[in-house]
Write a protein that binds this ligand. Sequence first.
Ligand SMILES: *Cc1c(COP(=O)(O)O)cnc(C)c1O
Length: 453
Amino acid sequence: MNYSRREFLRQGSIMGAGLLAAPTILTASSLTAGVPAILGGAPVLANKQWTKWPVWNPATDDERLLRVVRSGVWSRAKVVAEFEEAWATAVGSKRSLTTVNGTNALITAISQFDIGPGDEVIVPPYTFIASIQAVLMNGAMPVFADIDPATFQMDPREVEKKITPRTKAILPVHIMGLPVDMDSIMEIARQHNLIVIEDSCQAHLAVYGGKKVGTIGHAGCFSFQNSKNLPIGEGGAVVSDDDSFMDRCFSYHNLGMPYGTAVGVVSGGSAIVGTKVRLTEYQAAIGLIMLERLDEETNTRHNNAAYLNSLVGDIPGIVPAKLYDKTERGAYHLYPFRFQENEFKGLSRVAFLKALRAEGVRCSSGYDSLTDKAYLNDAFTSPVYTNAYSAADLDFKLFVERNRCANSELLCDKEAVWLPQNLLLGPRTDMEEIASAMERIYKNADQIKKKIS
Ligand SMILES: *Cc1c(COP(=O)(O)O)cnc(C)c1O
């Protein structure tokens, strides 16, 4: 990527100016009055230079990466250990173990809490598929608990309803990078003696009740995939304060060889069943570079999101995702809001997205609901499942009935809109322009509807 120093300074100074005064709002509101781009007007955000993702600064980053590449030590060694320590420190956890990706961080954590065939894990339906696949890869049964559409997050009241004698764990997912109501989840877990594994793959350095998410439950899992807020390309981590659990996770990720075993040892000595999902040295080097920017970037996203909330909150039919009271900082891997077509003269979400893109704002309608898709039935017809569960447990039609989640379907099928995280990395004036684009669409919803449908 080509993120020059000059570009960086320019963005910085605009941001500074935006914080001092607000004359830009005049420009923004005059744009609002214009003809929407989809009807032939000039786009509000024409030729906007969004922050390119991932951020790479050749002047400082090239050399740090090349030093590791030139060393010839590429398999797991001291740079990976250094990154694990830095990540544990960043989130405030005693230990951290890296893996090849977030999916395998989840698979590792679930397996080392001995969650497997016959066990139920309560999961949200509104998540990335990896959250559910990690449960299935361990032979456990995902049980879907609906979300609160106001926050987009797993609803603790729904979790409680889904507890059975076979429930072993809860997998809250801090979706969009916004914290789940963890106080309620932890209280339910205490009452029923359940394990809590936080899927924090979108929520790097989000803060809830004074703690970074991923450190509230028994373990937390992170992803460092290309799009994530700490990007390595591929990568993941498990964090926990539980030493014996973390020792087992290390062993599992290194072919079952005991914790601390030198990597590259070819003799036996494996103590447990394990796989091999180790991070490389050059990936860890990238991770260390990215980690230095993460805290500041997270603040910028959180502050811009709060500002954007305040601007779009006045537009009828645009409902930003709410944060729980104890949320001190959202990671905003995505900026989510609900689009309500009845407030937009019946303009469809598809048409709204088209109109918003025409104004120069990248956006999407997000996830499909995960509770009724073929991958589940594929698991249920495999030997691991047919040996461990009853025919009634595995009847796909009954499963789909039991796991229906109306709120998740509402967001998936009708209301959810996401903006990508890099839109939140620019100056505050960008937020004003994004809000103006939406306001302009709102004011002209009738005409847009006529033209598009
Ligand atoms: C990205 C993601 C994962 C999986 O991480 P990968 O690194 O892509 O394997 C798991 N859960 C959620 C919620 C994610 O967004």
